[in-house]
Design a protein around this ligand. Structure first.
Ligand SMILES: O=P(O)(O)OC[C@H]1O[C@H](O)[C@H](O)[C@@H](O)[C@@H]1O
Length: 543
């Protein structure tokens, strides 16, 4: 299957063709394919000089293959049947897509939810291999997961050194810890940024261990690579020109539709790539994953092997490279540096400050402005809002003309699947039960009540993805955050906080950053999580 870009929207096709011609006339495709760091202006140049290694990964990552075969063989000898990948954002999203698309099991640990983490820790420790993946080696969630797994292995009588593998940049603090602890360390290419690292050790190591055919991915990417230098017949240029030209013409909401594609989960990976790369300096493209198009004038639909205003075909390895190249092109057109994430730190700093200031005391949640059954609301709701349904209606009405509603949930994303089900339930019945207990159902329920885009993200995962756009992109978002009581918390070994406390501090830290920017933001806290989700979904259904 060849990588190709086609258009289902004549106006967009014409704009994209014109933009692609201009870029080609300026020599951009050849320059980008050759790794020219000057393409994003002088301010971005020094950073870009160190961030273009992804263009060569289809070739350079080949040298990893013998090592991966060795590691996979060792895992087989150890009878590993449960591969856990602890990593945030760019350090786990690609492997998640690769493994889901290859239909091989991989457990991604990118949450601070105590119940969800506890469930993973208890799952077959004697058959588990953990990949700790962090480019910086300083990410707080991954540090907590490392500490928790070290203890869990020791408690199960297993030497952590036999079961923990580290993927990180050379010289990172995690590399140091890994060496001191006797863990296997795979060094990643330091010239590749997190969200461009799909075809680097970050995407390939966990995927190969889980059983995916990663050599094929590299072949698929290598096949499209020569096209990326061409002025015509260059899918990366065509897609990038389409994304950039659409955004410059005001069509800057990008609905990602992969519903008919053989790849599973690619929209979540594209979401991080596009949101973090473009959402800054008050500009950017808002990716909408998991949502339906609403037909508003500022939206375009990108279909992955599915019709849309723009459609991207091609195997997964090629899709990774084409979307990365396209995002770099769109970044140039929008006048932003596609390789930094200047506002992600705002939430992280807020979290650290909240934890430090609270000491051992309660976190500064404030008092609820209303309580409706198992749901408390915190934030600046107008005085005439009396119940949950009213709060949701007010949030929807607060979305500006070109704005969006972002729902973020700091909850256990697997909780719905833990609900008891009748033993003879059909798949339809099961999906109904799951949907009725899943906070993510809120996205669709609220989307039918507005023509503006509604996004959904699990916290803290989204902080490493769309969180950049929320704070750095156009300031027209409205935020609904959901948190929940933690009945059974999990202390983080060697740290003064529990996982539940870290989770709540992460939610509050991001809320502070959003409020500091004057965005409408309401936090709904579920005092009983299961009943709270059902109550919330019921309120969302009330029109
Ligand atoms: O790989 P790490 O250094 O742990 O970083 C993981 C993620 O965290 C940060 O928040 C960045 O915004 C992301 O781009 C990155 O992918």
């Amino acid at each position: 299957m060849e990588a190709s870009i086609t258009f289902g929207d004549d106006a967009l096709a014409a704009r994209a063709a014109e933009a692609a011609r201009e870029l080609a006339a300026a020599g951009v495709p050849e320059a980008l394919a050759a790794g020219d760091p000057t393409l994003w202006g002088p301010a971005a140049e020094s950073q870009a000089a160190d961030r273009l290694g992804w263009l060569d990964l289809p070739t350079t990552s080949r040298s990893l293959l013998p090592r991966l075969a060795e590691l996979a063989e060792r895992a087989r000898e150890q009878e590993v049947e449960h591969v856990v990948l602890a990593g945030m954002g760019g350090s786990s999203l690609a492997a998640e897509v690769i493994c889901a698309s290859a239909d091989v099991p991989l457990t991604v640990l990118d949450t601070t939810d105590p119940a969800q983490v506890r469930r993973v820790l208890a799952d077959r420790p004697e058959r588990t291999l953990v990949v700790l993946a962090s480019k910086s080696g300083t990410t707080v969630e991954t540090d907590a997961h490392r500490r928790l797994y070290e203890r869990a292995f020791r408690d199960a009588g297993i030497d952590p050194a036999t079961r923990i593998l580290v993927v990180t940049d050379p010289g990172s603090p995690l590399e140091q810890t890994g060496i001191e602890s006797g863990y296997t360390v795979v060094q990643a290419d330091p010239r590749v940024g997190g969200r461009y690292s799909a075809l680097s050790a970050f995407g390939l190591v966990p995927s190969a261990l889980a059983g995916a055919d990663v050599a094929r991915l590299l072949d698929e990417a290598a096949e499209v690579r020569p096209l990326l230098a061409l002025p015509e017949g260059n899918p990366g240029l065509e897609l990038g020109a389409a994304l950039g030209a659409a955004a410059l013409a005001g069509r800057d909401k990008l609905v990602l539709d992969a519903s008919l594609s053989a790849t599973t989960g690619l929209p979540d990976w594209i979401e991080q790539l596009v949101a973090e790369s473009t959402g800054k300096q008050g500009r950017g493209i808002l990716p909408v994953a998991g949502g339906e198009p609403t037909g508003v004038p500022d939206e375009i639909v990108a279909g992955i092997a599915t019709d849309g205003a723009v459609r991207a075909d091609g195997p997964l390895g090629a899709q990774f490279l084409v979307w990365e190249y396209a995002t770099a092109i769109a970044g140039r057109m929008l006048g932003v540096d596609p390789f930094d994430q200047p506002n992600v730190a705002e939430a992280k700093d807020g979290t650290a400050r909240i934890l430090a200031e609270a000491g051992e005391g309660p976190l500064p949640t404030g008092a609820p402005v209303l309580v409706d059954g198992p749901v408390e609301a915190y934030g600046d709701l107008p005085a005439d809002v009396k119940d949950l349904s009213g709060a949701l209606t007010w949030l929807l009405s607060a979305i500006p003309e070109r704005g969006y509603l972002a729902v973020t949930a700091f909850l256990d994303r697997e909780a719905a699947f833990e609900v008891p089900v009748p033993p003879d339930a059909s798949f339809e019945v099961l999906t109904d039960i799951w949907a009725a207990h899943d906070a993510a159902t809120l996205q669709g329920l609220l989307a039918v009540r507005t023509d503006r885009p509604v996004t959904f993200g699990w916290g803290p995962r989204y902080l490493h993805s769309t969180g950049q756009y929320h704070k750095g992109g156009p300031q027209d978002g409205v935020f609904l955050q959901i948190t929940g009581d933690v009945p059974d918390d999990l202390p983080v070994p060697g740290r003064p906080y529990t996982l539940g406390r870290l989770q709540l501090a992460q939610a509050l830290g991001d809320l502070d950053a959003l409020r500091g920017r004057g965005r409408p933001a309401v936090r709904l806290h579920l005092t009983d999580r299961e009943a709270g989700v059902r109550h919330l979904l019921a309120a969302a259904r009330e029109v």
